[in-house]
Ligand binder design. Structure first.
Ligand code: C2E
Ligand code: CA
Ligand code: CA
Length: 649
């Protein structure tokens, strides 16, 4: 029995031993597993940390930091969902800017900015922002308070632990990094420490990028005025020149210098000078247009680019207009009475004065320096250009007084029916007697009138003069011909044009005015829709409309068919070429059939030889005009014809 007992006790002891051992083993095993899980978690977080550290070194954009941080959290940290909400301190708004993880789009769908506290947001995120610290929940399903949609969806997908890490830039919370894990009790002290470190690293990256942005800004912009600096100007000028080259256009680089800036600095101090520059910059930008190239290149010197023209004189006109608009109004500098400022401008023209930005800038500088030795406030780099511009400007000045001084005259060139040789009407052509110089060709002065806008007044005068002459002839009992007047783009495109024409007709006493108008193809083809309305209104007044210089523009037949037109005038250049040049002959022939197809009457202008006239008759051209029949003549000559008949040839 003793043995039995011994055995029994022994077994019990053994059992106990085994049991104890088993218990110990099991406990050890469980502990080991927990330990392992903790190590795994730490590894995951550490992996995130090192991934983010590597990212910080190479990231150059804030968005890149955001997106990559999320990716690293999911891929290396094995978090199921990672996202970043940006936060705007000023508005209190939060919006999703980056996500990663397969459940991300479900749990945190992209939505517009949401005001914090307006519901829909994680408790931990709001808290992290408000308290500027990391906030976590190791079982958010049991967190108190109403559940947001995001939280409900996260629970639905099996997530239990969440953490919100505020990200700082310049000590402001600018975003929150949020991570979700399926495990309960995921975050303990050690993970939290690592994740805090991680948030610190991301914040460092954001600060670094903000500083880099600032450095980039400093490298390309002028801090005082916010305008581009010379470096950025040169960089942007390149493509502008390339485009001008492709379009065969000129481009002016104008450098302006504020006069007596030193004196302003002396009397008002540097702060006063700065204040002035800060007012000049936005005025320039406004006058030039928001997209124009403008820079401050030295203390009181700006450069800008003007283009889209083919004539250098136009550049001068434009540059002067810009500078006048900016400097004609006085400046107000803190407490000081109105300050009048003047400027000098030096202009270099692409491609003549240089084909690259550096050369153009240098030559604009040279022109500016030369201007300082003269009384000229505007100087081109090329001396002959200055002479030409000076001549244009002098002409412009004389033109300004021409209307008042009654120096304009309207001459008339007759048009004839190609079949019967009867005079069918006349075209009014402007003449200017420049005192001391004599007759100036419209080819010289019309472009100046157009550039300066004076064409509106002078054009109105021409319309009135034609109506007056027609009226006088009728009143004298003569068979007054219809008179066609040329109308420029600047006139047609003016809102009041049709009203002006009505007024001109009314001023002559109303009734049959015999007025027609000619508008060039290129003018008609810009702003076609508004043109169509205006032409219709003019036609209602009994005015017939001709499309002038046809063949030199780029007409769309579709538009021509749509516009209310009566007549098509074939440009002189085709009439010249039609006898010797097969292509020109074909053009004239097809233009005539096209016009007839569209029910338009065809007039050939510039007919000089009998061969041309015969050729045109053969092609069934309706009317002809040109030196072969008569040059433009004074009104008195037309009156003589009306009394005695046009001389037979
Ligand atoms: P345009 O409308 O094409 O006028 C025809 C031009 O050709 C006139 O030149 C006329 O004198 C000229 N011409 C006529 N027959 C012949 C010919 O057989 N051979 C040659 N070589 N030339 C001929 P003009 O008078 O010097 O006018 C030139 C341009 O000035 C006109 O071209 C027109 O565009 C513009 N213009 C003239 N008067 C006015 C006006 O009152 N208002 C506007 N906006 N433009 C006008
Ligand atoms: Ca004409
Ligand atoms: Ca013409």
């Amino acid at each position: 029995r003793g043995t039995v007992l011994t055995y029994a006790f022994g077994s019990l002891a053994l059992l106990m031993l085994i049991g104890g051992l088993g218990y110990w083993l099991l406990r050890e095993l469980a502990q080991h597993r927990a330990q392992q899980a903790r190590i795994d978690r730490l590894h995951r977080v550490q992996a995130v940390l090192s991934g983010v550290n590597a990212l910080i070194v190479r990231a150059t954009q804030r968005q890149e930091v955001f997106e990559e941080s999320c990716n690293i959290a999911v891929q290396q940290g094995k978090f199921g969902v990672a996202w970043i909400d940006a936060y705007d301190e000023a508005t209190g708004e939060v919006w999703r800017v980056a996500t990663a993880g397969p459940d991300a789009d479900y749990v945190v769908p992209s939505e517009g900015p949401v005001r914090m506290g307006a519901g829909g947001h994680w408790g931990v995120i709001a808290q992290a922002i408000a308290e500027r610290r990391t906030v976590h929940s190791n079982d958010f399903a049991s967190m108190p308070g109403p559940h947001s949609n995001r939280r409900d969806r996260a629970i639905e997908r099996g997530y239990r632990s969440a953490i919100a890490l505020p990200l700082f830039s310049n000590d402001h919370v600018v975003a929150v990094l949020a991570l979700l894990a399926r495990e309960r009790e995921f975050f303990d002290d050690e993970e939290l420490k690592l994740l805090d470190e991680l948030a610190g690293d991301v914040s460092f990256a954001l600060d670094h990028i903000a500083a880099q942005d600032h450095i980039n800004y400093l490298a390309l912009y002028d801090v005082l005025t916010g305008l581009p600096n010379r470096t950025l100007f040169v960089e942007r000028l390149g493509p502008v020149l390339q485009q001008a080259h492709e379009q065969g256009m000129l481009c002016g680089v104008a450098k302006i210098d504020i006069e007596r800036f030193r004196a302003i600095n002396d009397t008002l101090g540097w702060a006063g000078g700065d204040a002035l520059l800060r007012q000049v910059a936005p005025r320039l930008q406004e006058v030039l247009g928001e997209h124009a190239l403008l820079a401050r290149v030295e203390r009181d010197r700006f450069v800008f680019v003007i283009g889209g023209v083919t004539e250098a004189a136009q550049l001068a006109v434009e540059a002067r207009e810009i500078v006048h608009k900016v400097f004609d109004t006085s400046f107000h500098l803190g407490g000081h009475e109105d300050l009048r400022i003047a400027a000098r401008t030096g202009i270099a023209v692409f491609p003549d004065d240089g084909e690259d930005p550096a050369t153009l800038l240098r030559n604009a500088e040279t022109a500016l320096a030369r201007s300082k030795d003269t009384t000229e406030r505007f100087l081109f780099y090329a001396r002959e250009m200055n002479a030409r511009v000076a001549e244009t400007l002098a002409l412009e000045n004389r033109l300004r007084s021409a209307l008042g001084a009654d120096e304009f005259e309207l001459h008339y060139q007759p048009k004839f029916n190609a079949g019967t040789n009867d005079m069918t009407g006349v075209e009014g052509l402007l003449r200017w007697h420049d005192p001391g110089v004599g007759m100036v060709s419209p080819e010289h002065f019309i472009p100046i009138l157009e550039e300066t806008g004076m064409i509106r007044e002078v054009g109105q005068w021409a319309l009135q003069q034609a109506i007056r002459d027609h009226r006088r002839w009728r009143d004298a009992g003569l068979d007054a011909p219809r008179i066609a007047i040329n109308v420029s783009a600047a006139q047609l495109h003016e809102a009041a044009f049709t009203t002006d024409v009505k007024a001109a007709i009314a001023a002559a006493g109303g009734g049959a005015h015999g007025l027609d108008i000619e508008i060039t193809e290129s003018t008609l083809m810009t702003r076609v829709e508004t043109n169509a309305d205006k032409l219709a209104a003019l036609r209602d007044l009994g005015i017939r409309i001709a499309i002038d210089d046809f063949g030199t523009g780029y007409s769309s037949l579709q538009y021509i068919a749509k516009l209310p037109l009566d007549t098509l005038k074939i440009d002189r250049s085709f009439v010249i070429g039609m006898i010797d040049n097969a292509t020109d002959h074909t053009i004239v022939s097809s233009v005539i059939s096209l016009a007839h197809e569209l029910d338009l009457m065809v007039v050939a202008e510039g007919v000089e030889t009998p061969e041309q006239a015969d050729g045109l008759r053969a092609l069934e051209c309706d009317e002809m005009q040109g030196y072969l029949f008569s040059p433009p003549v004074p009104a008195a000559k037309v009156e003589e014809w009306l009394r005695k008949g046009f001389p037979q040839r």
